[in-house]
Design a protein around this ligand. Structure first.
Ligand SMILES: [Zn+2]
Length: 161
């Protein structure tokens, strides 16, 4: 008996007692990979990639192209986190594509404005789907989305006051 984490579906389980739980999740992920053509990176991988990308974005010694590509890489980790959440909550089929997600997201502090401008030029700028400063896409009309906009309003009030 041992606690293991599957590298494929990120399921943490006891290999003696939780086999059925893991098998169910593993098969679900196989089905999702078949349909999407990829799976979102797991939490630890995302953190590792995001840390490196953030230091590249903020390093003004790098040429803009390198910093821009680091920003796209960082946004990919946010996309993977948002998609993972959608998989857990059961609405991954409705989750926007990476390109649409980048158009929706507005990260204020995380990405300098000059790089955000380049991202908007490449991917477009879709307002009203994800409030500024929030990294997750939620279903339209869901409570989670309403709460994300309320959180943004609350933070804005605090920053202005
Ligand atoms: Zn697995």
């Amino acid at each position: 008996m041992a606690y293991v984490i599957c590298n494929y579906c990120q399921c943490g389980y006891d290999d003696l007692t939780d086999m059925a739980i893991h098998t169910r999740r593993h098969n679900k992920y196989k089905g999702i990979e078949n349909q999407l053509g990829f799976l979102p990176a797991g939490h630890a991988t995302r953190e590792q990639i995001a840390d490196k990308a953030k230091s590249e974005i903020s390093n003004t010694a790098f040429v803009m192209d390198v910093r821009y590509r680091a920003a796209v890489t960082l946004l990919r980790t946010y996309f993977d986190a948002s998609l993972s959440n959608a998989i857990d909550k059961g609405y991954w089929k409705k989750h926007p594509s990476f390109e649409s997600f980048v158009a929706m997201i507005n990260l204020l502090e995380a990405i300098p404005v000059e790089i955000q401008a380049l991202l908007h030029r490449e991917f477009g700028n879709t307002l009203g789907e994800i409030p500024p400063g929030i990294r997750y896409w939620y279903l339209p009309k869901s409570n989670a989305r309403k709460l994300s906009f309320l959180e943004f309003e609350k933070n804005r009030g605090r920053n202005n006051g």
